[in-house]
Design a protein around this ligand. Structure first.
Ligand SMILES: *[C@@H]1O[C@H](CO)[C@@H](O)[C@H](O)[C@H]1NC(C)=O
Length: 325
C-alpha cells in the first residue's frame, strides 16, 4: 500500500502488504483479494452475524464467477503440490468438472483437474450443497439428514451409503462410522449389508440400473476392482451424458412444441403441443423392435432397432425413481 512506509513494512511484514480486511457481508463463498487462490466462506452464526472460514485452492486460482477452483495455477504458488493430499477422494472427481462436493456429512471435496483435496467440517458443521457456495460447504446445523433428530438412532450418511452415524439423543453430536468395503448401511436392519450393485467389468462411472438416483464408480486395481457407491443429492438423478447428478425433470418436460426423444428410454418419445396457452406432453412408445431416432430438434421418427443406437440417453440405463418428476 502506498501509505505503508518501508520501516513499518519491514516490521509488520505481510500484515502491512496492502492486505484488505476481510468481512462477511452476507452468506456465501467469496474470493480473498489478498491472496491468489484464496477464498472465504461466510456462514450464519447464532449471534445473527456470520462465521468466516478461510481456505484456498492449493495453488490453483479461485474463480469467483463460477465459484470453483479453476485449473489456472497461481504464479507464486506453482511449486506447491496438489497431489499429496488427494487420496482417497480423487475418484469422486474423475470425469467431473471442477467444483465443491460433499463426500459425506463431515467432508467437503474440492475437485480441480480431476483431483481432490478435502476439508473436514468441525463440531456442529456438516457438508451441505448450496448454490450460494457453488456446491459443498461446511455449514452449521445443516442438512437435517446429517444431524441427530431422534435418540438412540443409527442413520445412513445421505452422501455415502457406506457410512453411517449414531446418535445418543436429539441434537447430540453424531458419531461417524464406516461399513467395510463393498457394504452399505441398512438403516432398517441397523447393520452393514452387501450392496446390490452389479459387479464391475469396465472402468468408469455408472448409474445403478434399478434407481437413477444412485451411481457407482469402478476402478481397476491390482487384484480386481474397487467399487464405490454414491447417492445423488435430493431431487437429482445421475445423468450418464454429463456425468453429474442433475434435476432430471427439466429433461422430461416439454420446452417447445414438437416430438422429442425420451431421455429415459430409446423406445419412447414425447409429443409436445400447445393447448390453451400451455405446453402439454404425451409420451409414446415406438412399436416393438423400433426405437426413436432424432432427425432434427423437435423432429424424429421410429426406426427399426438394430441395437446400434449410439446416442447415449442421460437416464436410459436406469429406472427413474417414481416420485421424482
Ligand atoms: C433411490 O435412491 C434414492 C437415494 O438413495 C432413495 O432416496 C430412493 O428412495 C430410492 N428409490 C427407490 C425406489 O429405491
Amino acid at each position: 500500500m502506498a501509505t505503508c512506509n518501508t520501516l513499518i513494512l519491514m516490521l509488520l511484514g505481510v500484515a502491512c502488504a496492502g492486505a484488505e480486511k476481510l468481512k462477511c457481508q452476507g452468506e456465501g463463498r467469496f474470493p480473498n483479494p489478498n491472496l491468489c487462490g484464496a477464498y472465504y466462506d461466510c456462514t450464519p452464526n447464532n449471534a445473527g452475524g456470520y462465521d468466516m472460514v478461510k481456505d484456498d485452492c492449493r495453488g490453483f486460482a479461485y474463480n469467483s464467477g463460477a465459484r470453483h477452483c479453476s485449473e489456472k495455477l497461481c504464479e507464486t504458488r506453482i511449486k506447491r503440490s496438489v497431489t499429496s493430499d488427494n487420496h482417497p477422494y480423487s475418484r469422486m472427481c474423475e470425469g467431473l468438472s471442477d467444483g465443491f462436493l460433499c463426500a459425506n456429512c463431515k467432508t467437503v471435496v474440492v475437485c480441480v483437474k480431476g483431483q481432490a483435496f478435502i476439508r473436514h467440517c468441525i463440531d456442529n458443521f456438516f457438508c451441505s450443497e448450496l448454490a450460494q457456495f457453488g456446491g459443498g460447504v461446511c455449514y452449521p446445523d445443516h442438512p437435517a439428514e446429517c444431524k441427530c433428530v431422534s435418540p438412540n438412532d443409527f442413520r445412513v450418511d445421505p452422501y455415502d451409503p457406506q457410512r453411517f452415524f449414531s446418535c445418543r439423543d436429539v441434537g447430540s453430536k453424531p458419531t461417524q462410522y464406516r461399513c467395510p468395503e463393498g457394504m452399505v448401511f441398512d438403516e432398517t436392519a441397523r447393520e452393514c449389508s452387501a450392496n446390490d450393485l452389479p459387479p464391475c467389468s469396465t472402468s468408469g462411472t455408472f448409474a445403478k440400473s434399478s434407481n437413477c438416483s444412485e451411481y457407482y464408480t469402478c476402478i481397476a486395481v491390482k487384484n480386481g476392482w474397487l467399487q464405490k457407491h454414491y447417492i445423488c443429492g435430493a431431487g437429482t438423478a445421475y445423468n450418464a451424458v454429463t456425468g453429474t447428478c442433475e434435476n432430471p425433470c427439466v429433461l422430461l418436460e416439454c420446452q417447445n412444441e414438437g416430438r422429442f426423444a425420451d431421455p429415459s428410454s430409446k423406445h419412447n418419445y414425447f409429443e409436445c403441443y400447445m393447448l390453451g396457452g400451455k405446453l402439454k406432453q404425451l409420451r409414446y412408445t415406438c412399436p416393438e423392435t423400433y426405437r426413436w431416432e432424432v432427425l432434427s430438434p423437435g423432429v424424429g421418427k421410429c426406426v427399426e432397432d438394430h441395437g446400434k443406437d449410439l446416442t447415449v440417453r442421460p437416464y436410459g440405463e436406469c429406472t427413474m425413481p417414481k416420485d421424482l418428476c
